[in-house]
Ligand binder design. Structure first.
Ligand SMILES: *[C@@H]1O[C@H](CO)[C@@H](O)[C@H](O)[C@H]1NC(C)=O
Ligand SMILES: *[C@@H]1O[C@H](CO)[C@@H](O)[C@H](O)[C@H]1NC(C)=O
Ligand SMILES: *[C@@H]1O[C@H](CO)[C@@H](O)[C@H](O)[C@H]1NC(C)=O
Length: 257
C-alpha cells in the first residue's frame, strides 16, 4: 500500500507523455490490426495473380476523413518502407512494380466503406489484382492490377490525411501466390525424356498396329476357313469353336508366305 500510492499519479502522467512522444516521433498511429487473407471457404482465394483480403473493418474509425490505401510491397521492401512516399508517384506506381517500384498503393477508399457493422449478406472482402483494364496504363498508377508474379508480397493499410500519413496497420504475413511455373517444371523434365518417350510411344503404336492388322488378317482367314463369312465377328461362340482349328490357322499364313 505505501508503495502503490505514489506510483499511480506518476504512471498517469507518464503514459500520455510516452504516447505523445511516440506519436510525434512516428507521425502516425499504429493500429492493432494485421491484414488477413479472407477465409478459405470463399472459392478461389488465391490465383496466380490475385488474392482476397478481409476488409479492415472498424479499425480506422478514428480517421473518418482519411483516405485509406492498401499498400502492396515485395517482402524485401518492407523493412525500409517509406510511408511518406505518396500514392500515384512513380515509386508507388503499379505499372513499375516490382522492378522499378518496390511497392504500390491501390484501392483508395475511406472509413465509410470499412464500417464497423457488417451488413448481412454482403461480401466484405477485397480482391487484390482484379483490375486488368488499367494494368498497362501509366496514367493510372493506383491501378489494382493483376500481381506480376508469385511474390511473396506483404500488404498493409495506410491512412492519409492529405499527403500526411496518420495511421497504419501492421504488415501482413508474406503472401505467396499460386505459380504458373509449377506445371512448367514438368516440361523441363519431360523434354529430357521427351524424344525417348516419343520414340517409345511411336514404336509401341506401330507394333500395336501391326499386331492389330495381323489379328484382323488372322480373323479374316479364320472366318473364311471355318464359316466362310463375316458373321464370325458377331458370334462369340464361333470364336471358341475356331480355337480347335489353330493348327490349321498356323498353316494358312505359312502357306501364303
Ligand atoms: C521518404 O520519402 C519522402 C518523400 O519522398 C522523402 O522526403 C524522405 O526523405 C524519405 N525518407 C527516407 C528515410 O528515405
Ligand atoms: C524499369 O526501368 C527500366 C529502365 O528505365 C525499364 O527498361 C524497365 O522496363 C522498367 N521496368 C518496369 C517493370 O517498369
Ligand atoms: C482517393 O479517393 C478519394 C475519395 O474516393 C478522392 O477524393 C481522392 O482524390 C483519391 N485520391 C487519389 C490520389 O486518387
Amino acid at each position: 500500500h505505501p508503495h502503490s500510492h505514489p506510483r499511480h499519479p506518476r504512471a498517469r502522467t507518464m503514459l500520455p507523455l510516452l504516447l505523445l512522444l511516440l506519436a510525434t516521433a512516428h507521425g502516425l498511429e499504429k493500429l492493432d490490426y494485421k491484414p488477413q487473407l479472407a477465409s478459405p471457404d470463399l472459392g478461389g482465394l488465391k490465383t496466380i495473380s490475385t488474392f482476397v483480403l478481409e476488409q479492415p473493418r472498424c479499425h480506422f474509425k478514428s480517421y473518418p476523413n482519411a483516405d485509406i490505401w492498401l499498400v502492396v510491397a515485395t517482402s524485401k521492401a518492407v523493412p525500409n518502407f517509406n510511408n511518406s512516399v505518396g500514392p500515384g508517384t512513380p515509386e508507388r506506381a503499379f505499372q513499375r512494380f516490382p522492378t522499378n517500384a518496390s511497392a504500390y498503393m491501390t484501392l483508395n477508399t475511406t472509413f465509410l466503406n470499412y464500417p464497423c457493422t457488417k451488413p448481412s449478406g454482403e461480401i466484405t472482402v477485397l480482391r487484390v489484382g482484379s483490375e486488368t483494364s488499367c494494368a498497362k496504363d501509366m496514367a493510372r498508377p493506383t491501378c489494382n492490377g493483376p500481381l506480376p508474379g508469385p511474390g511473396p508480397y506483404r500488404v498493409k493499410f495506410l491512412a492519409l490525411e492529405g499527403s500526411e500519413p496518420v495511421a497504419e496497420t501492421y504488415w501482413s504475413d508474406a503472401i505467396t501466390l499460386k505459380t504458373a511455373q509449377q506445371p512448367s517444371s514438368i516440361p523441363t523434365t519431360g523434354s529430357r525424356h521427351g524424344p525417348g518417350m516419343i520414340a517409345l510411344t511411336t514404336i509401341l503404336s506401330i507394333l500395336f498396329a501391326i499386331l492389330l492388322a495381323g489379328l484382323v488378317a488372322m480373323l479374316v482367314f479364320w472366318g473364311s476357313d471355318a464359316c466362310g463369312g463375316s458373321s464370325t465377328f458377331t458370334k462369340p461362340e464361333a470364336v471358341s469353336v475356331r480355337r480347335y482349328n489353330t493348327h490349321h490357322v498356323y498353316d494358312q499364313p505359312a502357306a501364303r508366305l
